[in-house]
Design a protein around this ligand. Sequence first.
Ligand SMILES: [Zn+2]
Length: 222
Amino acid sequence: MNQNLNFTFSTSFTVTLLWILTTKAQSYTIERTIRKTFLEKMAATTFMNMTGDSESSLSAYQRQQTLPETLRFRPLPAPLAEETTTPFATLQIPDQPVPCRRCLQDSRVGDEMLLLSYNPFLGKSPYQCASPIYVHSKPACADAAVQLSGGPIPEQLSKRLLSIRAYDSKHMMRGNEVVDGNQLLEACQRLLGDDASAEYCHVHFGGPGCFAVRIEKVSQPS
Ligand SMILES: [Zn+2]
């Protein structure tokens, strides 16, 4: 009788112990899952707040490299000349990607591109000169969706050598730097910081020297 009692007590104790251990393990797993989900949501929210953009199409580089709110991009600041073939413009199908200055995207091989001479200055300047630029021709692309202030740095800039020339409101040069594209943000902060007399920069591609984009203080008339 005592043996049966002992056996029953022992079995009950073992079952209870197993139940407690199983419950603990389940609680631990649930807690870990909740904590992981919470951390993932926090990380996603932080990224969206940093960029002001929830589009997942932005590259990892763009999520990290954005202009400060005091600056903005201004693609093709001066009007583009009539897009027809002239002595200063020609249609091409480049055999490698080239940077389009209108949509700020690189072309794909096979895209028809208009190569033309372009002067980006908005006023008279001894520094003004035209340089060759590409824009998508067929199909013509849309203007880049740049933000009124700040905004991610286009990848076509970040991966190329850049020559940056800073000008004041009278279009006189106040500074210049040649940097790798991944240093564009730091160069803009030096050339267009609060203490800088320059109002805007013309960014050129370092090798061929052709105009890429204008970056200006948001105080500039649009
Ligand atoms: Zn384009």
